[in-house]
Design a protein around this ligand. Structure first.
Ligand code: PEP
Length: 249
């Protein structure tokens, strides 16, 4: 296991009512209460955050928002602010998930503003990046990911953040990047971190892999030196698949 504390995170997306989320949070808390050598984070829908907070507040599982607005407050009907999240006990927030980029027009500048606001509100941004299949086939993966990172993280100083490398073609498709493909990009990201923030930061920042992570591929992925954890979508909705992922070897 790498010297960085690994993270297993579950992004529930638009799944689970508050009632379902509470029941799931209770079961998850009981099943993995003895897991202490890795960080576990869940990202419920906004409407379920208060009940998940009630159940997980004093547990080894942390929780965060799937999204937030880039402003702290104001006339933004329907939006959720970073302060709303921290007030509920959230420690983390996802920024730049590919579904937000693809379906809600989030661009690198928007992501950058969100990262800054999250940090200002005391949240740890989990910044998502990754290439489409067309970009991979055109051998643009490295350029695309570095571009997303350099704009998205442009305002970050000496502050904690997490990166998730999520190839768009592997999200929800059942197609996982091989551990070799994932490790190659994670290594590029760590090299980029070294140039941008210096070697100490490059050694410390956790880089998660996301894209059809399942119980049968987590161990191979986690064996790679630059893969520090997983951001799990579909397999995070069910304890039968999420628990073995959390307990990767
Ligand atoms: C995700 O949405 O971040 C994700 C990785 O989804 P899945 O595990 O379902 O591919």
């Amino acid at each position: 296991m790498s010297k960085r504390v690994p993270i297993v995170a579950g992004n529930w997306k638009m799944n689970k009512t508050a009632t379902q989320a509470r029941a799931f949070a209770i079961q998850l808390r009981e099943r993995i209460r003895n897991v202490t050598d890795r960080e576990i984070i869940v990202f419920p829908p906004f409407t379920a955050l208060p009940v998940v907070a009630d159940e997980l507040r004093n547990s080894n599982i942390r929780f965060g928002g799937q999204n937030m607005h880039w402003e702290r407050s104001g006339a933004f009907t329907g939006e959720v602010s970073a302060d709303f999240l921290s007030d509920l006990g959230c420690t983390h927030v996802l920024v730049g998930h590919s579904e937000r980029r693809r379906d809600f027009g989030e661009d690198d500048d928007t992501c950058s503003r969100k990262v800054r606001t999250a940090l200002d509100a005391g949240l740890i941004p989990l910044f998502c990046c990754g290439e489409t299949l067309e970009q991979r086939n055109a051998e643009q993966t490295s350029d695309v990911v570095k571009h997303q990172l350099s704009i998205g993280l442009d305002s970050v100083k000496d502050e904690e953040f997490i990166i998730a490398y999520e190839p768009v073609w592997a999200i929800g498709t059942g197609k996982t990047a091989t551990s070799t493909q994932a490790e190659e990009v994670h290594r590029w990201i760590r090299e980029w971190l070294g140039k941008r923030f210096g070697p100490a930061v490059a050694e410390t920042v956790r880089i998660l892999y996301g894209g059809s992570v399942k119980p049968n591929n987590i161990n191979e992925l986690m064996a790679e030196p630059d893969i520090d954890g997983a951001l799990v979508g579909g397999a995070g909705l069910d304890l039968a698949s999420f628990e073995p992922i959390v307990r990767f070897k």
